[in-house]
Design a protein around this ligand. Structure first.
Ligand code: ATP
Length: 455
């Protein structure tokens, strides 16, 4: 693994992948803006996920629910009372920390704070003289719990204002629409609902580039099934989540399953897939067997019966839910890490090359005229290819420099237009990974590239 966080941040900024948010005003901590290249990659990641888990998943349906939801939703889900992290302040330098993270860092992952109470965490930190990562002192306030939901208000007059929350996860949109989707699609259990959308968390310790931010996108799929079949579907989605990553060209040795040691009170089973990020092994996605907790709670709080009636047997029951949840931005960081390579070339030169799966690369092809006076023909090819997929055009600088620029953003194919193109209609196609070049008819470019970028 050759990527470090610094290298990724610099490359992303310099190549239009991701910029610091509100930069001209000095930034806004832990917000990031996707640039022209980054937005394409992220959209391709989302498209690949949607294709796999909605389009190709038999009996799965997509939705796009509102970010602002009735506040009762968050009471039913338990977020208003228990969506919090154990927070501690360093009395010396006043920085804020998560007690569980301090313990994990201090024990180098050997102690699992998930199984500890707040008192046990405080005792551990005291007894082991766990120090502040910023100033090195070991002098913390007691743990206080801190709700991670962003609050805002709605209403036109001061008096008539109600507190509303920016959703901290997309999942509740799927749960509250269970009956709508089931009835309008006439879906039979088991079936799934998938959604991609923004979520917001007032994280105590955001950071590590786009790993943990306060605003991020989630891709979530809830599978509604009958109790008794839940174990089998849990295993199915564990595998499906893994296969999705491997099909995006992730090296399986950079992935591992991690079962949760402490289960949420409603969960029957839960595991993460961790990825070997530049910061070490960390959660990339989660798979949870949430039992019938969510639908039962919404039934209880809304007064609506969330039972499903089996059309054959007439049996009524509240389905179990298998949840698969992955952050689009966290997957983007994993994809950037996985793709980053520095290669020493013959003659001693080095090149940085992003070896993205062609399916998620921002531009599928770059069209490059060998010289500027070939630009008319080159632009015509660019226009033709652009009708089929995202392409870029570059005529500035030596051809070698232009190849390097495309390598750094991971463009899988460079199409070079030269003097022979005018004579016989052929172009060269350079492969990003092998740097080998082949000569093909410009008319064959579309099927040639389409075949290689399919997911
Ligand atoms: P963590 O333990 O890292 O805080 P979590 O267990 O709270 O994560 P979930 O609530 O299961 O995470 O969210 C599902 C997925 O959403 C995570 O696996 C991750 O990919 C993504 N995610 C969660 N929080 C953030 C965040 N603050 N920034 C970016 N992505 C996030």
């Amino acid at each position: 693994m050759k990527a470090t966080m610094d290298k990724l941040v610099n490359l992303c900024k310099g190549r239009g992948i991701i910029y610091p948010g509100s930069e001209i005003y000095g930034g806004m901590g832990n917000t990031w803006d996707y640039g022209p290249v980054g937005v394409e990659i992220k959209n391709n990641i989302k498209r690949a996920w949607w294709k796999r888990f909605v389009q190709e998943s038999e009996n799965s349906y997509g939705i796009d629910a509102a970010i602002l939801m009735n506040s009762r939703v968050w009471e039913a889900s338990g977020h208003t009372t228990s969506f919090s992290d154990p927070k501690m302040d360093c009395k010396n330098c006043k920085t804020r920390h998560r007690a569980d993270t301090l313990i994990e860092m201090h024990s180098k992952g050997k102690v699992n704070p998930d199984t500890m109470t707040n008192e046990e965490m405080e005792a551990y930190i005291r007894e082991h003289h766990v120090t502040c990562p910023k100033c090195g002192k070991s002098d913390f306030t007691p743990i206080r719990t801190f709700n991670l939901m962003f609050e805002t208000t709605r209403g036109v007059t001061e008096e008539g204002q109600n507190v509303v929350y920016l959703r901290p996860e997309t999942a509740q949109g799927e749960f509250v629409n269970f009956l709508n989707v089931q009835r309008t699609t006439r879906a039979k259990v088991p079936f799934g609902i998938g959604q991609i959308g923004k979520a917001f968390r007032n994280e105590i310790t955001p950071g590590n580039f786009i790993f943990r931010t306060i605003e991020f996108e989630q891709m979530e799929h809830q599978w509604f099934c009958k109790k008794g079949t839940d174990g089998e579907y849990y295993e199915y989605f564990k595998k499906a989540a893994w296969d999705f990553l491997v099909d995006l060209d992730f090296d399986p040795s950079h992935l591992r399953y991690k079962d949760h040691d402490k289960l949420a009170h409603y969960a029957k089973a839960a595991c993460d897939i961790q990825y070997l990020f530049p910061i070490g092994w960390s959660e990339l996605n989660g798979i949870h067997n949430r039992t019938d907790y969510d639908l039962s709670r919404h039934s209880q709080f809304s007064g609506k019966n969330m039972e499903y009636t089996d059309p054959v047997t007439g049996e009524k029951y509240v389905p179990y839910v298998i949840e698969y949840s992955i952050g689009a931005d966290r997957l983007m960081l994993a994809a950037l890490t996985e793709a980053y390579d520095e290669e020493t070339l013959e003659g001693g030169d080095t090149r940085v090359v992003m070896r993205f799966s062609p399916a998620i690369a921002a531009y599928k092809a770059a069209v490059l005229p060998l010289q500027k006076n070939l630009s008319e023909g080159a632009r015509a090819i660019y226009r033709k290819l652009s009708k089929e997929f995202m392409c870029t055009y570059d005529e500035a600088g030596s051809i070698g420099k232009r190849y390097r620029r495309q390598d750094e953003i991971g463009t899988p194919f460079c199409v070079t237009v030269d003097f022979d193109t005018e004579k016989d209609g052929t172009v060269t196609v350079r492969d990003r990974d092998t740097m080998e070049q082949i000569r093909i008819s410009a008319d064959k470019l579309v099927p040639y590239i389409a075949e290689k970028i399919r997911f």
